[in-house]
Structure formats: C-alpha cells, structure tokens
Ligand binder design. Sequence first.
Ligand SMILES: NC(=O)C1=CN([C@@H]2O[C@H](COP(=O)(O)OP(=O)(O)OC[C@H]3O[C@@H](n4cnc5c(N)ncnc54)[C@H](OP(=O)(O)O)[C@@H]3O)[C@@H](O)[C@H]2O)C=CC1
Ligand SMILES: O=C(OP(=O)(O)O)[C@H](O)COP(=O)(O)O
Length: 334
Amino acid sequence: MIGVGIVGMGIIGKRVAHVLSADPDLTLAGVVIRNASGPVLARPDLPYYAADLERLHALTAGGVEVRGLQTDLLARCDVIMDCGPSRTGAGRSEHYRAAGVRSLFCGGERSVELGPLVHPALNFDAAVGASSCRLTSCNTTALGRFVSALGATAIDELDGVVLRCCTDTDKAAKGIVNGAVVGANRSHHADDLRAILPYLTATSTAVTLPMTAGHLIQVRIRSSALPAEIVERLAANPRIAVLAPGRPLDTARLKQSAFTAGRPWGNRYELVVRPSEDDPSVFWLSLDNEAITVPEALDVLRAMTLGSSGETAVRTTDESLGLSAKAAAEALLC
Ligand SMILES: NC(=O)C1=CN([C@@H]2O[C@H](COP(=O)(O)OP(=O)(O)OC[C@H]3O[C@@H](n4cnc5c(N)ncnc54)[C@H](OP(=O)(O)O)[C@@H]3O)[C@@H](O)[C@H]2O)C=CC1
Ligand SMILES: O=C(OP(=O)(O)O)[C@H](O)COP(=O)(O)O
C-alpha cells in the first residue's frame, strides 16, 4: 500500500481523506492540521499530525488526539497531497522537498515550480514518477474530461464561458451576494488546457455568480465529429453523465440528488453534460466543484507512486469510487 499524507482538512482534504479508506492501492498515512476545525472534530478516528509544535500543544489541549508533527508524517508517507488554501503551496513545498517526499498540489496553485499541470486523461505520463505536480482546477478538470472524452484531436476550436459559484459550502467570508462579476481578463481555464495540449485552440472567460451549488460551463466547439458521435463518446465515459434532452439542468436539484443517493457531502464526482437541443456545437457542463477533482487526484497519486498505466489507474479509481454510467444515472438523475 502507498501511504498518502494529506495537508489540510478543508473542502478537498476531508474528501480525499475519506475516499482513501476504500482504495485498494492507497492508504491514508496521516493528515496535517493546524486547528480543531469542524471536519477534524467530526473525524476523531483519523491519524492527525500537527503543522508545528505550537499547534501540537494547542490541538492536544483542545482534545484532538495528535500522533506527532508534520515532520513525523513526512518520514512515514510515500506522497503528500497538499490541500492547503490556493496559492500558498509554494511555502509548504520546501518541507516536502527537504524530506524527499513526492507532492501533489491542487488546482489553485499557479506556480510552475510546483511541477507540471496534469489531467490524467490528457497527459497522464507527465505524472508518472514525478516528484511534484499540480492537478488542474475544478473547471479545467471538467473541460479536460469533456475534451478527452471526445478525443483531443476531434476538437478544432473550443470556447468556454465559466459560470462560477462565488463561494464554498463552508465559507461565510468568501463570495458575492448582490451581482455577477465578469473577470477583467480571460480566465486561466483555457490557458491551463493549452499548457497540457499546446496545439488546442481554446479561449475562456469566467463569470462569478451568487450561488453555491457548483459551477456551470457553456462550451462551444468546432469539431469534425458528428453530433451523434459526440454524444455517444461522452455517454461512454464513466465520469460523465449525459442529461437527456428535454430535462432542465438544475444545479440545486442535482446537488440534492447526490445527497438523496447517500453520497457523503452530496459529492458529485461525475461531470453532467447537457447537449444543446438547437445548436450541436453547444454543450452545458455542470460540475460539483468540491468533488469533481477527487477521481483525478487518485489517478495522479497512482501515477506518481505506482507508475501504473493511465488506463489501469483510471479504472482502479472508477472501481474504488463506484463510478459507472449506471451509478451516475442512479445517483444524479433521480
Ligand atoms: N473548494 C473547491 O471547490 C476547490 C478547491 N480546489 C483547490 O484545492 C485547494 C484546497 O482548497 P480548499 O479545500 O477549498 O481549501 P480550504 O480553505 O477549504 O481548506 C484548506 C485547509 O488547509 C488548512 N491549512 C492551511 N495551512 C495549513 C498548514 N500549513 N498545515 C495544515 N493545514 C493547513 C486550513 O485549515 P486552518 O486554516 O484551519 O488551519 C484549511 O482547512 C486549493 O488549491 C483550491 O484552489 C480545487 C478544486 C475545487
Ligand atoms: O478550482 C476552482 O475553480 P476554478 O476552476 O475556476 O479555478 C475552485 O472553485 C476553487 O477556486 P479557488 O481557488 O478560487 O478557491
């Protein structure tokens, strides 16, 4: 078993810690924390390590059972998945490097010094044996799934309008409530895709809206593939659920369906795609920003540590998370 250390028990960290308990190759070696936050108190059974000595004293005084310091975890894990707040990973990366431990960072990290951006279905090999790499952000993960399902060479041109929710489900201090904000510049999503697929012609814009139940992307493509072929390819992907024509794409309802199906935190790992009825070049993508990167994170952890083939890694992840066309239909469209 590969021992995975997680840093941070926030939106992403708590989800990855949870799914590792059911994985056939990867096991949770420990979670580095700073505070006795809600997710920490809710899972007293997890192996916690304090970020530093001062935190260790405070956590212990607060009743959290702590097994040691971050340095202790680094000495006993094979890879760290850093789930700290976006754009702060570079500071923490020095510790991982000094300990000689591989590290995987999340999509909010923009520093190229943290390694290549990886989307397993597009450039899996970039992660094989890598000492450090970065996952794509949630919207870029969705776009990467869409592009890879169609086949990257089937797309001549792509334009995405990303409609972002303005906060996470647990953050009172983040987000707008009284308007929509169109980014001043083009968004990072198409640039990130092109960092992985340099020949792809792609543009993207992001709009932030006062909502919390996931992001939406309107994608317009120019493709040589026939519309029916495109839908067939999308539907064949276990991480994509194609919404039947004539159904509204209601993101609050999709979130509720995932809760109803018993998914923890109402996780929707699958990307929901609704083809436009009128224009075969237009697709609506709906994603649970808090959950969609979890499958790709497990794939990349496998690539970095086990050197599995892309196909094996993705299949193992799908089996471990129970992802299939049938599961998607049951969990999301009920
Ligand atoms: N939220 C989302 O929808 C998505 C996020 N991402 C990316 O995932 C990454 C994580 O985001 P998210 O989970 O939302 O962030 P959160 O803010 O929810 O969680 C970050 C956690 O890290 C903890 N933390 C901070 N510094 C340290 C440290 N030195 N040691 C241990 N723990 C630490 C914080 O706890 P405390 O402050 O209590 O110490 C907090 O719990 C970012 O790169 C983000 O861009 C990617 C896709 C979607
Ligand atoms: O990955 C996300 O969005 P993104 O794909 O628009 O960058 C998540 O919503 C996290 O965004 P944040 O890094 O602004 O917290």
